[in-house]
Design a protein around this ligand. Structure first.
Ligand SMILES: [Zn+2]
Length: 179
């Protein structure tokens, strides 16, 4: 609400200055396509696809697609025995790991996959402990089976790809010490 009022105030101020401002228009451009390569995700290939589809069903400005043959992927997905984690080189580019340490503790696999894709889409960890938040990651109970971004998380991703914000290289780890 506060943001809306602030935005309205800015638009009003710009109007006074004779500047035309576009207010929160929905993006009409084609979504940005990010290609992911799940070929090295071992037993998790299907859940990687599921994580991509979750995002595709909830955001309009970016799409996660399996990488076609002969094309360099934006995102490579791996699997190992550590914590799930993501390495971003820039917005939409990098890699993430499906880590068996979390899987073996019982964390819900589609939630892990969607969460790690979330980092590649520009979302940081927010360890709120809430199952309703996708980016709360391991701070939500192991029993949490919500694999979906909340409205704020989806909006942030849409905004990231509407405005092409830059993201500095970062590493995010599901739990424990940074990898
Ligand atoms: Zn995370």
């Amino acid at each position: 609400m506060l943001l809306r009022k602030l935005a309205a105030a800015i638009v009003a101020a710009l109007a006074v200055l004779g500047v035309q401002a576009v207010t929160a228009a929905p993006a009409t451009a084609a979504p940005r396509i990010l290609y992911y390569d799940a070929s090295q995700a071992q037993e998790f290939r299907a859940v990687v696809t599921q994580g991509a589809q979750i995002w595709n069903s909830r955001v309009a400005n970016v799409r996660l697609e399996p990488v076609p043959a002969g094309r360099t992927p934006n995102i490579r997905v791996y699997a190992d025995n550590g914590w799930p984690r993501a390495y971003t080189s820039s917005l939409g580019n990098g890699s993430w790991y499906m880590g068996r340490q979390a899987v073996n503790q019982g964390y819900y696999q589609p939630r892990i996959a969607a969460h790690e894709f979330g980092h590649l889409l520009g979302l940081p960890d927010r360890r709120t402990g809430l199952c309703a938040d996708l980016m709360s990651g391991s701070s939500a109970p192991v029993s949490c089976t919500n694999p979906n971004p909340n409205a704020r998380e989806a909006t942030t991703v849409n905004n990231n790809f509407a405005t092409a914000v830059t993201a500095r290289p970062q590493t995010f780890t599901w739990a424990g010490a940074a990898a």
